[in-house]
Design a protein around this ligand. Structure first.
Ligand code: ZN
Length: 339
């Protein structure tokens, strides 16, 4: 009961990349960088195990950014001439690459880190990838000319990599779809279809993560405009409940999401965010257990998995580690309290 996991990313050590940045520059290149990525992956596997996390991740140590880390392995994208684009409904600007031809995978995307992590932990292993809708919202297009076609093309590539990851021994494959909280009508129109395409034929556990973003300035600003009750999930959860995805990861700690919305995810495992990634204040185990207790009113105990609100990539490394420890300790406390 209450198996713990994390949304995905973890801070990169200062010797691997710039710290506290969403798009950090690597500290090395070539073989030296490849070795550093391996070392950082192993380090975080060990830290997660020692903290008491049950379903561990590679911490996304091998990719610069959660979306572009995938795109680098896709043919048909021009990275040389990036363009400025407003993303997440113009919440912030990003320099994004451009789709210029038919999309195809150049080869395996996450094979190295998945196999490395698999070889070094007996815990369940999760690998994350960006969801089709979020990718389409983070790239410019000069070839497909149609958002849905483009998203479906990406979904096919994601599925190809996901099937290979399953063969590598990955237990959970999670797609990150922060865009689901922004384009709620599109989610119902085609977002869930593309997600179903991405998980087609998988037998491992599948998950989708939907959140209000990392604790960066633009997101904190956006959250202030959302009012006292954040009800975006209300519009998409009924449709998600009908999807083929097994788990839904969302944020509940220090957020204005009314927890009764969790009822709308009937039949799904719910990865309940009990750790706020937008604050450097480390939760106490009692606070974590209390959040689990509140969610328990709406989620059956065998379907509740305590998790972080979102990825921890831009956080201070020591604080992130303390939060992982609090997450596991809080879940342990909840196991006693809500037996
Ligand atoms: Zn997130």
């Amino acid at each position: 009961m209450f198996e713990t996991t994390i949304a995905g990313s973890l801070p990169k050590p200062a010797w691997l990349a710039e710290t506290k940045k969403l798009w950090p520059a690597w500290r090395a290149s070539g073989a030296e960088l490849a070795a550093a990525k391996k070392d950082a992956t192993l380090l975080w596997i060990k830290e997660q195990e020692d903290a008491g996390i049950d379903v561990v991740s590679d911490g996304e140590q091998s990719r610069q950014h959660f979306v572009h880390g995938f795109l680098e392995y896709v043919e048909g994208i021009d990275f040389e001439h990036k363009v400025k684009m407003g993303i997440r409904d113009n919440r912030y600007d990003a320099m994004v690459p451009v789709v210029v031809g038919p999309l195809r995978l150049k080869g395996r995307v996450h094979q190295l880190e998945a196999r490395l992590a698999r070889a070094h932990t007996k815990k369940k292993l999760k690998i994350t990838m960006p969801g089709p809708m979020t990718i389409v919202d983070t790239i410019a297009d000069r070839h497909y000319g149609d958002k849905v076609k483009l998203a479906m093309a990406f979904a096919e590539l994601l599925n190809q990599e996901a099937r290979a990851l399953e063969k590598d021994g990955v237990d959970t494959i999670q797609f990150d779809e922060p865009a689901f909280n922004v384009y709620m009508d599109d989610v119902k129109r085609w977002g869930i279809d593309t997600l179903n395409r991405a998980i087609k034929g998988l037998r491992c556990t599948t998950a989708v993560h939907i959140c209000y973003g990392y604790g960066i300035e633009a997101n904190l600003h956006w959250k202030k405009t959302l009012g006292n009750q954040w009800r975006q999930y209300e519009q998409i959860f009924p449709a998600l409940a009908k999807s083929k995805i097994k788990q839904v990861s969302l944020e509940c700690a220090n957020s204005n999401v009314p927890l009764e919305l969790l009822k709308l995810l009937k039949g799904k495992d719910v990865l309940v965010g009990v750790i706020d990634v937008a604050s450097d204040t480390v939760e106490t185990p009692a606070q974590v257990a209390a959040t689990i207790g509140k969610a328990l009113k709406y989620v059956p105990r065998n379907r509740l998995f305590p998790c972080t609100n979102c990825g921890m990539a831009p956080m201070d490394r020591e604080i992130a580690l303390a939060k992982l420890t609090a997450l596991a300790a809080g879940a342990a406390l909840a196991r006693k309290r809500y037996r």
